[in-house]
Design a protein around this ligand. Structure first.
Ligand SMILES: C[S@@+](CC[C@H](N)C(=O)[O-])C[C@H]1O[C@@H](n2cnc3c(N)ncnc32)[C@H](O)[C@@H]1O
Length: 335
């Protein structure tokens, strides 16, 4: 095992060594030791990218447009002056967001006029980017069960000028059977062990990490993904993502869906310009679906959080076992 300066749990590091390709291990481990470079995106529901970049630059923020992004920019690594104190932030013209999160929405690629389900929505970073990509046209059902997070989600959506989303305070696991086959696009940004957010200098960030916790997350994630898949229209697109490295929270969750629903198919996609590895097809002696190599793991660096992304579709006419919609489905948005 490599010598580490970090305070990360030894077992966590051992697992990483089994997950990340050897050539990327040092960079991955270093990513826990260094603060992330701050990244903002312009919210085009409130202003143009050029206008807001120019305004912030005139206020002394040395923005560096993010390669391959039409709306994001980074600041120098050690930049201290907070963007949260600017008028652009208060007026919802910018949102601070890690670019891996932005890529999740880009991969799901919602279109104006579609019906979209965001199953784990708070604080709303991805909901608001979904709305931005949709030009505030269509419908987004944004689900979040945790009370204070639900109100934070609502406040963020208001600040960011999102008019296309409606919040539902409920458990995502109960959504699928209420509104089977309703949505064109579904995002499951699942609650997870948040392993890519661990920081070596902040022992609190990983104080509760344990393999038991991973198993707990995995059980919940499998039920959330089943619910999400049930809510997906045949031919629709579902993106499952987490900021965990644990295969139990990623490939194994999708594998459980594929086993249960033969009509679920992984859709290949490409993300040029980010360090990445294909999804794993084997973990701790267990062989997983070969198609999981079409999932993608973003490997962390100074800018990007580690992320797992898997795009799924529901085969048409295969007869998903969705069942009839319940009576209380009427409360859900209709197109
Ligand atoms: C990774 S965070 C989502 C971040 C959000 N998508 C964003 O981009 O701003 C996961 C969220 O899932 C919520 N959550 C936890 N249990 C849930 C459940 N049973 N159903 C739906 N959401 C749940 C958590 O409270 C948390 O807000």
């Amino acid at each position: 095992m490599e010598t580490l300066s970090t305070t990360l749990p030894v077992r966590f590091v051992e697992r990483l060594q089994a997950i990340v390709p050897p050539a990327r291990l040092a960079e991955t481990l270093a990513s826990f030791d260094r603060p992330k470079i701050p990244v903002l995106r312009v919210n085009t529901l409130r202003s143009s990218v050029m206008e807001t970049f120019t305004e912030l630059q005139s206020q002394g923020f040395p923005l560096d447009p993010l390669p391959k992004s039409e709306y994001a920019a980074s600041l120098p690594p050690e930049w201290k002056r907070p963007l949260t104190e600017t008028a652009a932030f208060a007026e919802g013209r910018i949102y601070l967001q890690n670019p891996s999160s932005m890529l999740a929405v880009e991969v799901l690629a919602p279109r104006p006029g579609e019906e979209v389900l965001d199953l784990c929505a708070a604080p709303g970073g991805k909901t608001s980017l979904l709305a931005m990509k949709m030009g505030n046209r269509g419908r987004i059902a944004a689900v979040e069960p945790v009370k204070d997070r639900f109100y934070r989600l609502k406040a963020n959506l208001t600040r960011l000028g999102v008019t296309v989303a409606r919040g539902y305070r409920m458990d995502g696991r109960a959504v699928g059977h209420k509104v089977p086959e309703r949505f064109d696009r579904v995002l499951v940004d699942a609650p997870c062990s948040s392993e890519s957010r661990f920081r070596s200098e902040d022992p609190q960030s990983h104080a509760h990490w344990h393999e038991r916790k991973i198993a707990e997350c995995s059980r919940k994630q499998k039920r959330l993904l089943l619910s999400a898949f049930q809510a997906l229209k045949p031919g629709g697109r579902l993106l499952y993502c987490t900021c965990a490295f644990a295969p139990e929270e990623n490939e194994m969750v999708v594998d459980a869906l594929l086993l249960r629903h033969p009509e679920a198919e992984i859709v290949p996609f490409q993300l040029p310009g980010v360090a990445q590895q294909p999804g794993l097809t084997r973990w701790q002696g267990k062989t997983l679906a070969a198609s999981l190599k079409e999932a993608l793991r973003i490997l962390p660096d100074r800018i990007y959080d580690g992320f797992f992304l898997c795009l799924v579709t529901k085969g048409r006419g295969v007869g998903a076992k969705a069942g009839p919609a319940r009576k209380d489905a009427a409360a859900w948005p209709r197109s």
